[in-house]
Design a protein around this ligand. Structure first.
Ligand code: AVJ
Length: 321
């Protein structure tokens, strides 16, 4: 590719950086532009996401934490002793700590994440706090077919953990593919899955259009990251945060909306944006309890207990693999 030849560019030879560059080219070339939300999560983006989780308007994190706390005993009973926890994405340590604290002598923790740096940090912290726990991080993209290290000796069930409604970032077909893969690697065990629920669109709208503008900053950080890592020249003032509920498709869509006609350069190529043209940065699908259970069943799980909060904002599913 031509960009390798450009001496003014800092070329970091890592798979994630190459993917970001290739995916940004593909996004900018396409007539309807979209890029994976996985690129939100550089160091700055992860910080902003943590700030989102604290927002008054953003109910998913605190609701799910309350469900985990409130049903820790039932979850522990279902998991039995000596479980090995496999987390898809090394997300917030807070959630997995709650789970590990609830479980009866968990023997292993296998976090899977595309960011090796993020994984190492998570692993080091957990090793310090859970001396008896075998922590085996796996650097991988869990949207791709996956091999896990052989189960820990004397382990009980393999318990998958996929909190935060991250499953909502997938299209329905991708979600099915992910769940099929999860059912395969967890066979004989179970998956504990968090899924955000369909609800009053005004509540959803507020959660992705917070008054403090943190979600807007999170969305725009994608362009700032591209400028830092890929050498693009996105004008951050030239784009606006756009988030709306697409009700037929039951999803929040986030876009970066061009405020005017403009050009962006990447690796010597110039791309134009018309006023109002967007780069689609995220889908966040919402589920019904029955819809999620049907999807899991289609993927090879046997749906078990479901826990929801009194306002039915969020759901936590026990799915037998
Ligand atoms: C981490 C994907 C579940 O979709 O709600 C938060 C990410 N985007 N605010 C979500 C997000 C905007 C979040 N997930």
């Amino acid at each position: 590719m031509s960009f390798v030849m450009q001496p003014h560019l800092r070329v970091v030879d890592s798979a994630p950086e190459r993917d970001f560059r290739a995916d940004m080219h593909a996004a900018l070339r396409a007539p309807r532009r979209s890029i994976s939300p996985k690129y939100f999560y550089d160091a700055r983006g992860s910080q902003l996401f943590d700030a989102i989780c604290e927002l008054r308007e953003y109910y998913p994190t605190r609701t799910e934490l309350a469900l985990l706390r409130g049903h820790a005993g039932e979850i522990a009973a279902l998991a039995g002793h000596d479980a090995e926890v496999v987390e898809f994405g090394a997300g917030s340590l807070r959630k997995v700590r709650l789970l590990l604290d609830a479980l009866d002598s968990p023997v292993g923790y296998v976090p899977i994440d595309i960011s090796g740096e993020h994984l190492e940090q998570a692993a080091t912290q957990l090793r310090g706090d859970y001396p008896g726990l075998a922590v085996h991080p796996v650097v991988a993209d869990y949207t791709q077919p996956l091999q896990l290290p052989a189960g820990t000796r004397k382990a009980g069930m393999r318990l998958g953990f996929f909190p935060g409604s991250t499953i909502g970032n997938f299209d329905p077909e991708q979600a099915l593919r992910f769940l099929r893969m999860a059912a395969r690697v967890l066979r004989g065990g179970a998956l504990l899955l968090g899924a955000d629920l369909v609800k009053d669109p005004a509540v959803l709208h507020a959660a992705y259009n917070d008054d403090a503008g943190v979600t807007a900053a999170f969305n725009l950080n994608l362009l700032a990251r591209a400028n830092r890592e890929l050498g693009t020249d996105f004008d951050l003032d030239g784009f606006a945060h756009g988030a709306f509920y697409n009700s037929p498709r039951r999803r929040i869509e986030m876009h970066l909306v061009s405020r005017r006609a403009q050009r962006v350069q990447l690796d010597g190529q110039s791309y134009t944006f018309e006023e109002g043209e967007t780069l689609h940065t995220e889908n966040s699908h919402k589920f019904t309890v029955d819809g999620l259970r049907a999807l899991a069943q289609e993927a090879g799980f046997t749906p078990g207990p479901v826990w929801t909060d009194p306002n039915r904002l969020f759901s936590l599913h026990w799915l037998v693999a």
